[in-house]
Design a protein around this ligand. Structure first.
Ligand SMILES: [Zn+2]
Ligand SMILES: [Zn+2]
Length: 237
């Protein structure tokens, strides 16, 4: 599955797999989507999701993204050559999408949760998302290699329970991870030192061809704080 996380049934982080990973009933409960960056594995299902929901939407889906990312989606995906234009995304009741501007470091509320977008280190401007309710907080790094600034804000969060962190490549492909703005098992071990010990760390974004190798490497580390997140599993924090 491409990158998508569903929080409390109504909020999605990224739209890589929403049209194929969620049942229709689950898709209809979805109210807001946050885009961390516009790489295809994070937005591929967005145009399909919108048109699948065409008849049933009675109010727009909220789409949180930076102005630059929304511009990229408008220009390169929601156009008649690739799919359909944004201006035609409406049914007899409502517009299908409602754009909600997102800015680095500026917290906003989505589906009752406080979300803070924090820039990470990828090949394009990408935001990790610190997501908080009254009692817990979780940080999704999205795609990133070694980074510094985001950890300051994340570690200051007293409610932090978990970090979901990019681990795209096995140790042998550390150079490829470096040039593509991702972690390998080697760089992740170093990055773990920057994350406060109270947080459980889940590796995400494992590239499919290396999944088994990466899982074996993580198991060999035998670090009780670090596990590979399971696709399709529900986690409670
Ligand atoms: Zn990316
Ligand atoms: Zn990605």
């Amino acid at each position: 599955m491409l990158t998508s996380y569903l929080i409390n049934d109504t909020l999605a982080v990224d739209a890589g797999a929403l049209s194929v990973g969620l049942s229709r009933a689950e898709q209809l409960r979805l109210r807001s989507i946050i885009i961390t960056h516009t790489h295809l594995d994070h937005v591929a299902s967005l145009p399909l999701l919108i048109t699948d929901l065409f008849e049933d939407l009675r109010e727009p889906l909220k789409l949180f993204a930076t102005a630059s990312d929304f511009e990229a989606l408008s220009a390169h995906i929601f156009n008649p050559r690739m799919w359909i234009g944004l201006e035609t995304l409406k049914n007899e009741h409502t517009e299908l999408l409602s754009y909600q501007p997102m800015e680095s470091g500026r917290s906003f509320t989505a589906e009752g949760l406080r979300v803070t977008p924090l820039p990470v280190s990828h090949t394009v401007l990408t935001h990790g998302l610190l997501v908080e309710d009254e009692t817990s907080a979780v940080f999704f790094t999205s795609d990133t290699g070694p980074t510094e600034r985001a950890w300051q804000a994340v570690n200051e969060c007293a409610k932090l329970r978990a970090v979901l962190i990019d681990l795209s490549f096995p140790a042998a492909l550390t150079e490829l991870a470096r040039v593509s703005g991702h972690h390998s098992t080697t760089t992740l071990v170093e990055e773990m030192k920057k994350i406060k010990p109270a947080a459980t760390v889940y590796a995400i974004h494992l590239k499919t061809p290396y999944r088994d190798r990466i899982i074996a490497e993580i198991e060999a580390l035998n670090d009780p704080r670090l596990t590979v997140a399971e696709v399709g599993r529900e986690y409670l924090f």
